[in-house]
Unconditional design. Structure first.
Length: 178
């Protein structure tokens, strides 16, 4: 891979990130307020490898990133067994402290432990040659894209390979990466 050559025409992170304008919105989890049932539904209705965690849908401030695998393996189904009293209507909590709940609410499912607290991010205007460098040097599988501190999108290694294939008119599988 010769990033300088491939990206001479200066693509930016925003050109490669998902979702595209016509795609469904980025699938995110909020750090509090979602129920176990809602998180399960999101995980089951999508096939993404991971989900950014944000402060709230409205703020879209990034808090961390959770892998689908960890949600499925450790959290949702087993979590119900491991953390006593957790049911579908339990609140999923990624914060350090449990938010106040109604006295009759079921116990929350605490998942801060499975969250990556500092996922890699680039801004929407980061040139792709720099982003590719970061992917290669750090061996990233995905990177989040922000604008003024708000989460905008995600770039996976495959997104980069597809983009490079497109601009060089090559088969993505023929491009060496990492
Ligand atoms: P890969 O790109 O290796 O197949 P994923 O399955 O995670 O990895 O992602 C598939 C596609 O969906 C990629 O184009 C990626 O940018 C996008 N994507 C990944 N995670 C999310 C998400 N949480 N919400 C919306 N789109 C996502």
């Amino acid at each position: 891979l010769e990033p300088k050559e491939e990206f001479e025409h200066s693509s930016l992170a925003v050109d490669v990130m998902r979702p595209r304008r016509s795609d469904p919105a980025l699938a995110v989890l909020t750090q509090e307020g979602m129920t176990v049932g809602e998180v399960e539904a999101l995980v089951e209705s999508t096939h993404y490898s991971g989900f950014p965690v944000v402060v709230s849908q409205q703020s879209q401030r990034l808090v961390g990133f959770v892998l689908r695998r960890d949600l499925l393996l450790f959290a949702l189904y087993n979590g119900r067994k491991r953390q006593e009293g957790v049911v579908s209507s339990s609140q999923v909590v990624f914060t350090e402290h449990t938010p106040s709940q109604a006295p009759d609410a079921p116990p929350p499912l605490r998942l801060r432990g499975i969250m990556d607290l500092s996922p890699f991010t680039v801004t929407d205007h980061t040139p792709m040659d720099i982003t590719v460098d970061i992917f290669r040097k750090l061996g990233l599988r995905q990177c989040l894209v922000t604008h003024n501190g708000r989460l905008l999108g995600i770039i996976t290694k495959k997104d980069i390979l597809k983009h490079m294939a497109q601009i060089t008119n090559r088969d993505p599988d023929s491009i060496l990466f990492n």
